[in-house]
Design a protein around this ligand. Structure first.
Ligand code: S3P
Length: 202
């Protein structure tokens, strides 16, 4: 390679590195853990991972914590104990995580705002609102339901009790009540959505 071309390449690379270093050094430390909330299938898990990478904090999956605690899958537990029992375990683990002083990105389950047979859970909503900065991820219903039905074949999640559209309608005001910010992720790639949330958090 000619000397001038090499120098140009080096300058470009150096500029890029400096830009990246500047971005990293201006990323403020999160003051509060962040919880991603929203219906199943909206992309909470993937986005939580991306966001955690971006903010360099750990990501915690509430569902995984529950499965570790139960030592079985959520699906199996729901089959043998029912939804209200699952919602109680979910509340217990959420309470524990809310007391953890380590800042993290929390990936919640879609029914985190519920208890019993699908009633609003004031207690869980309060815990989320007080201990986390909650971001409600949304997308148009049809797109969300379409994503859910195409994911069905490989999906290990238990079927929700009742009509999925009705459950979604019922949960929307609860998510809104819990959220500190709402982000529509339907038009964005994971990277774009994570950047958008990152800007909200600054
Ligand atoms: C649930 C969603 C699941 C999981 C459980 C209950 C729900 O999490 O917590 O199966 O009630 O919508 P995802 O939202 O990650 O699928």
């Amino acid at each position: 390679m000619k000397l001038r071309a090499m120098a140009k390449k080096y300058r470009r690379k150096n500029k890029k590195t400096k830009k990246l270093q500047k971005r990293k050094s201006t990323t403020k430390t999160l003051q509060k853990s962040v919880a991603l909330i929203g219906f199943r299938g909206v992309g909470k898990t993937t986005l939580a991972q991306k966001l955690a990478e971006l903010r360099r904090v750990p990501v915690i999956s509430l569902d995984k914590k529950i499965e570790e605690y139960l030592n079985q899958t959520i699906s199996d537990f729901v089959k043998s104990h029912g939804w209200p029992a699952f919602r109680e375990v979910e509340k217990k683990i959420l309470k524990e995580l809310a007391q953890n002083p380590e800042i993290c990105i929390l990936d919640t389950g879609g029914g985190i705002v519920e208890e019993g047979e699908g009633e609003a859970s004031k207690e869980k909503i309060d815990i989320l609102k007080n201990s986390f900065f909650c971001i409600y991820l949304t997308m148009p219903d049809d797109l969300l339901l379409e994503r859910l039905s195409s994911a069905k074949k490989t999906d290990s999640r238990p079927n929700l009790p009742g009509n999925i559209r009705e459950i979604l309608e019922k949960r929307k005001p609860l998510y809104l009540q819990t959220a500190h910010a709402v982000v529509d992720v339907s038009q964005a790639t994971v990277e774009e959505a994570a950047e958008r949330i990152n800007r909200i958090l600054k």
